[in-house]
Write a protein that binds this ligand. Structure first.
Ligand SMILES: Cc1cc2nc3c(=O)[nH]c(=O)nc-3n(C[C@H](O)[C@H](O)[C@H](O)COP(=O)(O)OP(=O)(O)OC[C@H]3O[C@@H](n4cnc5c(N)ncnc54)[C@H](O)[C@@H]3O)c2cc1C
Length: 477
């Protein structure tokens, strides 16, 4: 019998499971996909917002500002990749300037420590690639960017070292209340638990429906499409560029990434199919045109791919973070759209307060803080590289030449406690295949290494999930 079962391995479920792993509780995390963090958490801008945008006195505002603080606090303990970029919100005419001033007021009200207006000249000096027709910017130095799914891996690696049990390929299909516990049925098996944390992202309303008679919120999925520019454009922008926000979204942004790439997007389109992560010519054209209103000479020729993510927006408008009215110890963390990545550590903190306010929680005495991760090979000095190659010679074999990923790093990511044996899983963990050739060179090498390490035939290695092999059969010896 578990004390808590967390449903969903996105950033919200991962932070929740990590917080719960600090207490004397038996906790499991169930994920329907074959890998962690494949929902909204793999397809967003990666921005740790300062908190200038959410409406005053909402959970979104409060937890966004707190989340921004917590990412800094946990950075060392969890090896969180953070790039402290700062951000500009750009105004183009006098009316915009008025809105910029209201945003500044809102930022201060929400608790953002630094938010100030800069003139056109000051802004252009900092960011020469801004379009010249701006009239001023709101500067937000506390804005940062992270690499969201790496945060999940680190959280779950640490939580697993503290007793968390993770079950992939387990889609929750039914929840039943039995006496004083809940019976969760998945496509694979059954779990008995005293408590449930519903962190199922765009499916959080459907999971809620399995146990609630009155559905407290429903998801209105909103798709956002992006261009990914190769890291050779690193330096084109230092900061995140936001246009003025609309009711619909924060608008199309230009976002430098932790690894040097730049994301251009997203748009915001309400869709009916929650799983529809296709990109469209129309959506991408819109993104391109909107981006060109912010910055000049955007290096679109360095575009290496496009992608889309689906936001878990809801009719509730704020995050829906509540215990069920009729089912004790069932907590819904629903409707977590933007700024959910930023707010996730604060959502987990809020969850623990909700639980501890009603049910006693006792801290573990043998809780292990995160063991520091080694730096990627690519980021080492020449001296450090040669020392490492002497100790582990497979670091001398570069498998992904675009992102400088070594054979030893790929082996480590296959065998890690939160490892993977798929091509996409290795790409998520090491960036092999994330560069300009998009795996054209290294994919077949990664496939061979996985097969060798897992003692499988190459035809058994999947690209993404069960039944997605790249190779069908051998054509020659
Ligand atoms: C285009 C876009 C841009 C965004 N940009 C930002 C940004 O820059 N900054 C920011 O702060 N926020 C941003 N967000 C919001 C942020 O990405 C989300 O709020 C956050 O990722 C939500 O995490 P989650 O864990 O709730 O959901 P998810 O990451 O979607 O995780 C839910 C998990 O539950 C699993 N699941 C679902 N149903 C079941 C089931 N029945 N059984 C088992 N498992 C199940 C899913 O497979 C998934 O892994 C953006 C979102 C989008 C889509």
């Amino acid at each position: 019998m578990y004390d808590f079962v967390v449903i969903g391995s996105g950033i919200v479920g991962s932070f929740a499971a990590w917080e719960l792993s600090k207490y004397q509780l038996k906790v499991a995390l169930l994920e329907k996909e074959s890998d962690l963090a494949n929902g909204q958490t793999i397809a967003n801008s990666g921005i740790i917002h300062s908190g200038h945008d959410p409406k005053e006195d909402t959970l979104k505002a409060r937890l966004c500002v707190r989340g921004n603080e917590l990412y800094r606090k946990y950075q060392e303990e969890l090896s969180i990749p953070l790039r402290k970029t700062g951000a500009f919100v750009v105004a183009h005419d006098e009316d915009d300037l008025e809105t910029l001033n209201s945003l500044k007021k809102r930022a201060h009200y929400n608790g953002v420590k630094e938010a100030f207006i800069l003139s056109k000249e000051e802004a252009l000096q900092e960011e020469p690639n801004l379009r010249d027709d701006l009239v001023g910017v709101l500067s937000l130095p506390t804005t940062m960017v992270t690499f969201p799914w790496e945060v999940c891996f680190n959280l779950l690696e640490n939580a697993s070292a503290n007793g968390l049990e993770v079950f992939l390929n387990n889609e929750v299909i039914n929840i039943k209340k039995v006496d004083n516990y809940y019976l969760i049925k998945t496509n694979e098996t059954e779990f008995k638990t005293k408590g449930i944390i519903n962190a199922a992202g765009v499916f959080s309303d459907e999971v809620a429906k399995m146990i609630e008679t009155d559905l407290p919120f429903h998801i209105i999925p909103k798709r956002g499409e992006y261009f990914v520019l190769d890291h050779s454009v690193d330096g084109y922008l230092k900061r995140v560029l936001y246009p003025l926000p609309s009711k619909k979204s924060k608008g199309v942004l230009l976002t430098p990434q932790t690894h040097g790439n730049i994301l251009v997007g997203p748009n915001a389109e309400v869709i009916s199919d929650k799983t529809d992560v296709s990109t469209t010519q129309e959506g991408l054209n819109f993104v391109k045109n909107e981006a060109m209103k912010q910055a000049k000479n955007i290096p679109f020729d360095a575009n290496i791919r496009t992608f889309a993510g689906v936001r878990a927006s809801s009719n509730y408008e704020d995050f829906y973070l509540k215990e069920s009215l009729s089912n004790p110890k069932v907590y819904h963390l629903g409707g977590v759209d933007s700024p959910g990545l930023t707010a996730a550590p604060a959502i987990a903190e809020y969850l623990i307060k909700m639980i501890a306010g009603k049910y006693p929680l006792i801290k573990k005495t043998n809780y292990q803080k995160f063991i520091k991760k080694s730096k990627p090979f690519k980021e080492l000095t020449t001296k450090e590289k040669s020392e490492l190659i002497n100790r582990k010679p497979l670091h001398g074999n570069i498998i992904c030449k675009c992102e400088m990923v070594t054979e030893q790093e790929i082996i480590a990511s296959i065998n890690s406690p939160v490892g993977s044996d798929t091509i996409k899983g290795i790409k998520k963990r090491t960036r092999a295949g994330a560069g300009v050739c998009q795996g054209g060179y290294c994919e077949s090498l990664v496939l061979k290494i996985i097969a060798r390490e897992k003692h499988k035939k190459m035809t058994e290695i999947n690209y993404y999930e069960k039944g997605t092999p790249i190779l069908k059969k051998e054509t020659k010896e």
